[in-house]
Write a protein that binds this ligand. Structure first.
Ligand code: COA
Length: 258
């Protein structure tokens, strides 16, 4: 896959997407969002890919936000469409992928950058990372799901504070708040995420996809997460992975999921 603003690599069954606009601190312009959509879509359709790690290039930023230069002169209609389209093709899209996505937050994750990290299934940060939703300092609000996902991850009070102050929190604070799962040294970030991805890759992708669906159901309006869990649990019984997983356990051997 050849792109202008992102780099996609794959080692065995783990894929890496690196957002690569370092001179603009990897800010998400239209083209980058479209390329990310294409890359995530292709990797999710590839049965050999068991986990995706998304990160930013350089040592300074994961993503410093949506590209401000692109929307500075937008109208109400254009602004609305920017958020609607972006949520559809990237942020909701990533959240609902069947392949697990880990955000390796290697520096500034601001605005759309933090929103992308929050759309991933979970996050690991490097010690130098700084996170925030500074949109109100620009006279706008988060539009790529930030008001919703930040509240879900850190609670309403902390989300209110972060959004209202437009401030940044450190990696250590993000861990304390539950926004990231781990904090590691920058040079350890990708190896650490790859190790986690490796653990995920040993399990049943079919079951993991069902678990993602059930967990996300709790955050979807008018959907009963418990009912989705029951349905997905039941469907597991008809999969080859279930037969292999349970047979392997009873035969006291490691499962081999195809
Ligand atoms: N959109 C467009 N360009 C951006 C950007 C963004 N969100 N964030 C950074 N850049 C660009 C800068 O304009 C600058 O480009 P230039 O060299 O052509 O002038 C380049 O990236 C480097 O950024 P700079 O501001 O010089 O780096 P810094 O170390 O002084 O500050 C930040 C780093 C992250 C604090 C600062 O870039 C910043 O506040 N960015 C905007 C964050 C934001 O508000 N995001 C939410 C957008 S909705």
């Amino acid at each position: 896959m050849n792109f202008e603003n992102i780099i996609v690599t794959q080692q065995e069954n783990i894929a890496n997407i690196t957002i690569n606009r370092p001179t603009k601190l990897n800010a998400l312009n239209k083209k980058t969002i479209e390329e990310l959509h294409k890359a995530f879509s292709a990797l999710d359709a590839n049965v050999r890919v068991k986990a995706i790690i998304v990160t930013g290039s350089g040592e300074k930023a994961f993503v410093a936000g949506a590209d401000i230069s692109e929307f500075a002169s937008f109208t109400v209609e254009e602004g609305t469409e920017l958020a609607r389209h972006g949520q559809k093709i990237l942020f909701d899209f990533v959240q609902n992928l069947k392949t697990p996505v880990i955000a390796a937050v290697n520096g500034f994750a601001l605005g759309g950058g933090l929103e992308l990290a929050m759309a991933a299934h979970f996050r690991v940060a490097s010690t130098n990372a700084k996170m925030g939703l500074p949109e109100v300092s620009l006279g706008v609000i988060p539009g790529y799901g930030g008001t919703q996902r930040l509240s879900q991850l850190v609670g309403k009070g902390k989300a209110m504070e972060m959004i209202m102050t437009a401030g940044m929190i450190t990696a250590a604070e993000a861990k304390e708040w539950g926004l990231v799962n781990y904090v590691v040294e920058q040079e350890e970030l990708l190896p650490f995420c790859e190790k986690l991805a490796g653990k995920i890759a040993r399990n049943s992708s079919v079951a993991i996809a069902a678990a993602i669906k059930a967990i996300n159901a709790n955050y979807t309006n008018c959907v009963n997460g418990f009912s989705v869990e029951i349905e997905q649990f039941g469907l597991s019984f008809d999969t080859a992975d279930f037969k292999e997983g349970t047979t392997a356990f009873l035969e006291k051997r490691k499962p081999k999921f195809e």
